[in-house]
Design a protein around this ligand. Structure first.
Ligand code: NAD
Ligand code: UD1
Length: 340
């Protein structure tokens, strides 16, 4: 099976490429490397002993993308490519809508023209906005709180309309909760640019003493210990979710737009995450309580049963595994891919 993977050099994409190569998929990655390094894919090739065809290109460059579709016949597309920094999206909404929405439209038009109608899309729990009920199910109400989230929700609406217009489309929208951790080898992992926005990369950088202490954004939420609660999921479990989704697209009769949560169903607080990371890394993580972060929600976790019922997928890794593997990556690559 020939699969086009947009954004395949990124954090989740590189881990998914690893798992897909293990299952003998043929992979063509299309990525502009705006937030990733080719080194990630080189390491995936080394770990698996298999080749990935890489094309450096932008989804906004529709001529280059057209060439890719003319040169290859794809069975399906996994679409990771997108910008994901919430804060930046508030500052530069047009950049986010252009890259994420226009980029996806370009991809969809070419898929339609070339009769490729199976897609796995990287959506996010962000499409549930401020949760009105917990756990979140696929039919929980959707809303957004920032342009990044809105770009994901708009894409979901586009995908729903497309699927309604032509029943041949099979589109799985995977709504990721909070991916963390790294491959067991310690060779591939998350390599954020600049100061990390997300909790786990920040904790990891404090553990290797790149940063002094973790700022805990508020301890007065209505949660178990007052700090924010999230559904953290091991990136390898998430990657496996894509392999299961591809199999479902091939084997099942279900057509249309199929939203599926990828989470564990467990919620952990910021303080629990710091404690778990301290245990895994055998380091002390200094922290201080600061103001709440604008736009943050108190609590968010998935009902993951749909993924099990439809795909047969269930997260396998524990919180200890997630922290252990994140630490293993961070201590082997304290400054990421290029600066090792
Ligand atoms: P990432 O930034 O590591 O990977 C995204 C990849 O897409 C990068 O390699 C980047 O260079 C590429 N890219 C971006 N715009 C492009 C364009 N116009 N043309 C070609 N390539 C482009 O991010 P990630 O964490 O691996 O996330 C992958 C996807 O999952 C994104 O769509 C993101 O919004 C979504 N998602 C991520 C998270 C998370 O916490 N990491 C959570 C929910 C959803
Ligand atoms: C953030 C995004 C969300 C995106 C998700 C991807 C915001 C407002 N939301 O979600 O749209 O889909 O990443 O993973 O940015 N925290 C600290 N100190 C830190 C960093 C985080 O206390 O330095 C806390 C946060 O307040 C939150 C928890 O840790 O309670 C997790 O934060 P983060 O990793 O940024 O993820 P989300 O807020 O869930």
């Amino acid at each position: 099976m020939n699969i086009l993977v947009t954004g395949g050099a990124g954090y989740i994409g590189s881990h998914t490429c690893f798992e897909m190569l293990q299952e003998n998929y043929n992979i063509i990655v299309y990525d502009n490397l705006s937030n990733s390094s080719l080194e990630a894919l080189k390491r995936v090739e080394k770990l698996t002993g298999k080749k990935i065809e890489f094309i450096e290109g932008d989804l906004l460059d529709i001529e280059k993308l057209e060439e890719v579709f003319q040169n290859e016949k794809f069975d399906a597309v996994i679409h990771f490519a997108g910008l994901k920094a919430v804060g930046e999206s508030v500052q530069k909404p047009l950049k986010y809508y252009d890259n994420n929405v226009t980029g996806t439209l370009n991809l969809l038009k070419l898929m339609q023209n070339h009769n490729v109608k199976e897609l796995v899309f990287s959506s996010s729990a962000t499409v549930y906005g401020v949760p009105k009920e917990l756990p979140l199910t696929e039919s929980s109400p959707r809303s957004t709180t920032n342009p990044y989230g809105t770009s994901k929700l708009v894409i979901e609406y586009i995908l729903e309309d497309l699927a309604k217009s032509d029943p041949e489309w099979k589109i799985i929208s995977l709504r990721y909760f909070n991916p963390i951790g790294a491959h067991k080898s310690g060779e591939i992992g998350e390599d954020p640019n600049g100061i990390p926005n997300n909790l786990l990369p920040y904790i990891s950088q404090v553990a290797v003493k790149l940063r002094k202490n973790v700022n805990v954004f508020g301890n007065d939420y209505d949660t178990k210990d007052g700090t924010g609660v999230r559904d953290y999921i091991h990136v390898v479990d998430l990657a496996m979710g894509h392999v299961f989704a591809l199999k479902y697209l091939k084997d099942s009769q279900e057509q249309g737009f199929i939203p599926i949560n990828l989470g564990t169903g467990n919620g952990y607080s910021v303080l629990e995450m710091i404690k778990a990371f301290e245990k895994a890394s055998k380091t002390i993580i200094p922290y201080q309580i600061v103001e709440r972060r604008d736009g943050d929600i108190a609590e968010c976790y998935a009902d993951p049963i749909c993924a099990y019922n439809k795909l047969g997928w269930k997260a396998q890794n524990s919180l200890e595994d997630m922290c252990q593997d994140a630490w293993n990556w961070q201590k082997n690559n304290p400054t990421g891919y290029n600066k090792k």
